[in-house]
Design a binder for this molecule. Structure first.
Ligand SMILES: [Zn+2]
Ligand SMILES: [Zn+2]
Length: 136
């Protein structure tokens, strides 16, 4: 599916910046922060616009947000099998301690955890730490 088709099939209007950001996320082997995306875009983008684009991707199920222990948000594109509406951060991530790269471990699902009665889970994450293949 082309970038335009992917945007449309997720209910998003096609704009130049949406196309550029989606292309960037899908080509990257790692999750990208706002700053990473801003730096890599072919044209300078307004910060607020960029924030909205990433947010719209998250809402539409085209990307998911990965929060690391320092609280930095990074975005990664969702694999095509990703369900557009039930795609919270359901897999584990790997963080490289050398380059700070965050990688999706899409095959490693987060375990279903039963929390005590009355508790509500609003977020869960499973992060592995070590060295990526380029830094090993
Ligand atoms: Zn690395
Ligand atoms: Zn991920």
């Amino acid at each position: 599916m082309s970038l335009d088709e992917q945007l449309r099939s997720h209910g998003l209007r096609v704009t130049g910046i949406r196309r550029d950001v989606l292309d960037l996320l899908q080509r990257s082997d790692r999750a990208l922060s706002h700053a990473d995306v801003e730096r890599a875009l072919p044209e300078r983008a307004d910060r607020v616009t960029l924030f909205r684009v990433l947010q719209s991707f998250e809402d539409a199920g085209l990307a998911h947000r990965v929060l690391d222990v320092q609280g930095t948000s990074r975005y990664a594109s969702c694999s095509t099998e990703c369900d557009a509406h039930a795609h919270h951060d359901v897999h584990a991530h790997f963080r490289c301690t050398a380059c700070s790269g965050v990688f999706c471990l899409e095959r490693v699902a987060l375990p279903e955890v039963n929390v005590p009665k009355g508790f509500t889970v609003t977020a869960s994450r499973l992060e592995l730490e070590g060295r990526c293949s380029s830094c090993a």
